[in-house]
Design a protein around this ligand. Structure first.
Ligand SMILES: [Zn+2]
Ligand SMILES: [Zn+2]
Length: 121
């Protein structure tokens, strides 16, 4: 046996909730645990607030992937090429210019455009 289960949020003794999260009674009242519809990643949000994953039940990565699928392939290739040639920051700048997205979204977009498994600085 593993020892007693500890709450992920505060470290008090807790129980397993929603499949794979450990929360104590107090925290499970505050935090809602749910999973992304597409990739199954676990997300937590304060149950008093709207789920962080949005009404579509997707995590921020899947939502960004869905958005990127709407972007013309030529634009995506241009952003990726810039990122690979001149570095991540240039790629992000290119993404902001081409897509007109805010910085935070451009950063995520460039992250996701890199071929999976490829290391980058
Ligand atoms: Zn707790
Ligand atoms: Zn997801």
């Amino acid at each position: 046996m593993m020892g007693d289960l500890c709450c992920e949020m505060c470290g008090k003794p807790g129980v397993q909730v929603a499949g794979d999260a450990i929360l104590c009674t107090g925290c499970s009242e505050v935090w809602a645990v749910y999973h992304c519809d597409r990739c199954g990643i676990r997300m937590m949000s304060r149950s008093s607030e709207r789920p962080a994953g949005g009404p579509d039940g997707l995590c921020c990565f899947c939502r960004m992937r869905a958005r990127l699928e709407e972007v013309p392939e030529a634009d995506r290739e241009r952003i990726l090429a810039t990122a690979l040639e001149r570095g991540r920051v240039s790629g992000i700048r290119e993404a902001r210019q081409v897509l007109g997205w805010p910085l935070r979204e451009a950063v995520l977009a460039v992250e996701l455009l890199y071929p999976s498994g490829e290391g980058h600085p």
